[in-house]
Design a protein around this ligand. Sequence first.
Ligand SMILES: Nc1ncnc2c1ncn2[C@@H]1O[C@H](COP(=O)(O)OP(=O)(O)OP(=O)(O)O)[C@@H](O)[C@H]1O
Ligand SMILES: [Mg+2]
Length: 362
Amino acid sequence: MTHPAAIALGVRLMVLAASPDESAAQVVPGTVVADEKALADLVAFAAECEVVTFDHEHVPPDHLRSLEASGVVVRPRSAALLHAQDKAVMRARLTAVGVPCPRHRLVADPGEVSAFAAEVGWPLVLKRTRGGYDGRGVWVARSSDEVTEALRSGVPVLAEEHVDFRRELSAVVARSPSGQGVAYPVVESVQRDGMCVEVVAPAPGLPAHLAVEAQRIALTIAAELDVEGVLAVELFETVDGRLLVNELAMRPHNSGHWGIDGAVTSQFENHLRAVLDLPLGSPAPRAPYTVMVNVLGGDLPGAYSAYRHVLARDPDLRVHWYGKSVRPGRKVGHVTVCGNDVDDLRDRARHAAAHLRGDIDE
Ligand SMILES: Nc1ncnc2c1ncn2[C@@H]1O[C@H](COP(=O)(O)OP(=O)(O)OP(=O)(O)O)[C@@H](O)[C@H]1O
Ligand SMILES: [Mg+2]
């Protein structure tokens, strides 16, 4: 999804991918298949690039520091990216700069978990500090009997109060090395089993003061952490009307995919503009509402027979495939539809995604 933006900007995008089957490797000519966890591979690749950036957070921080020490321009810088790689580092820094977060503590054994629970109450959310994604590495513990799995690895985990939230929001911003920042409309992101399944832009019914506050929080974090590129701030809107930050991503994020079709400038284009220190494009929406629904791999092998039907049934809807092999529950694409009536848009996007997954056939 970054490649079309690079083409339009006249920028040559090079990709280092772990395998030739990866989505970007299938479409970007000259993709280098290498190991993003091997420093020598990164050094060889970076030698060809003016600027190096990421579409995930799994490149080891030590390697990024080595690249920077040898003069490679890495954006976002390793010191900023660390806050998206390590949830403990992120919590400590956000708390220090006054950003509202759930109550939290690093815990290493069941005794420390129980002591924290005595303060904030059960259930607790336990999170691996590094390496989790799509809800992997996150556990909800309802009592002290349910903490063993999270603590099994032996490394400290982050314990958080279980936030009583009304819904989850996301504030996506882009910031350039020159310090220019733009904020996308704050979206509602619906999670199922720890995975984003649906996004509505802007979040319906979000009071203006909370929308502005969420954008202000995201721009503040971007400035404080000196983020270069796109920053997504995942937030909870609590039942009592407060905002708490869940976590950060420093790359184009699932909650910003709607903008390919629904915003003047997509997050992918603004990520490239930002890391190249070009002026940023407008993040303004093109329609009152845009709904994006992820297409998850279904259990049926023939899940894609519905493709023609979906295209024909709703010509205003856009389908995006990622070129991934289908596995149950894996994100293999998304659909987007823009318009005025959010309930209608939601129905149409959900219907199309369910069809493509093979859950319904009419
Ligand atoms: N403190 C909390 N209270 C209540 N629910 C929570 C809390 N922390 C996380 N969750 C739920 O678990 C989901 C996944 O948590 P989190 O975003 O921290 O994990 P992740 O696996 O790193 O996510 P991602 O898929 O965004 O990479 C959240 O979207 C939210 O639904
Ligand atoms: Mg998350």
